[in-house]
Write a protein that binds this ligand. Sequence first.
Ligand code: NAD
Length: 281
Amino acid sequence: MAKLPFDIDLKGKVAVVTGGGGVLCSAFAKTIAQCGAKVAVLDLNQDAARKVADEIGQEGGEAIAVAADCLDVQSLQKASEEVEKRLGTPDILINGAGGNHPRGTTDDEQLDPAAIGQVKTFFDLDPSGVQFVLNLNYMATLLTTQVFAKNMAGRGGNIINISSMNAFRPLTKIPAYSGAKAAVSNLTQWMAVYFAKAGVRVNAIAPGFFVTNQNRALLFDESGRPTARTDKILRATPMGRFGEAEELTGTLLWLLCDAASGFVTGTVIPVDGGFSAYSGV
Ligand code: NAD
């Protein structure tokens, strides 16, 4: 069991963590369970969700694995019925499902007109790839909140979305993911205003660079050596290293604790080793 930076009491609460089978959100699910909440680990990947739920159970927490697609309203509704039946009405929703796709990504950082036709430039971006990334980050957050926050309204709730550094300023090569996460930050503010009088707080965590399944191949080559992109990222991160999933825990606990952050809503909190503060010079 991981040592928490401080304790908060979530006993009697029910939490839904989407993308809970992945690297960052499995850590979130475990932390929330460790604080006493019952956790639904929701993921498209049923095996990954089950593994995380089992690990939580082995550590003395209460969790169920729920296989669902955050882009499919029927699948989400089925998941919601399962959560209501087995755990109760959710008090906490972590919208963690998200990611990028190669079809929404260019090969080049800046256009060299001579390279058109030689490498994948902006002009070769596949609209279906761009749409997939916008859906996976923005629409999944919106649809999942529609389904799970309905019963929070009036009785109170806490929603945490997962944004990213590229929401503040786009990263080269990944226009779709950058736009999608900017939309997630914007939706966080919109939802915070919308739900404010219904007792639901909505905030986002914007992680800097953490090595996870979705970016490992971009950050390290086949023999495990850092890629040129990794060198660039680390040079742009004043602390000069990647973050560890546990380094998001304190921000998560603070946002989940009404006594500590009860007047905080509509924020997007960077946890980035200084990346967003650094001009590069
Ligand atoms: P990950 O790939 O380890 O986890 C993502 C999880 O989401 C996977 O388990 C996947 O099965 C699940 N998922 C994908 N599509 C889904 C769908 N349609 N419905 C339900 N589940 C689905 O990646 P991670 O890095 O842990 O990412 C978690 C979140 O953090 C994502 O939103 C990601 O964009 C964001 N993020 C990551 C970083 C980083 O450096 N790793 C930085 C900023 C933001």
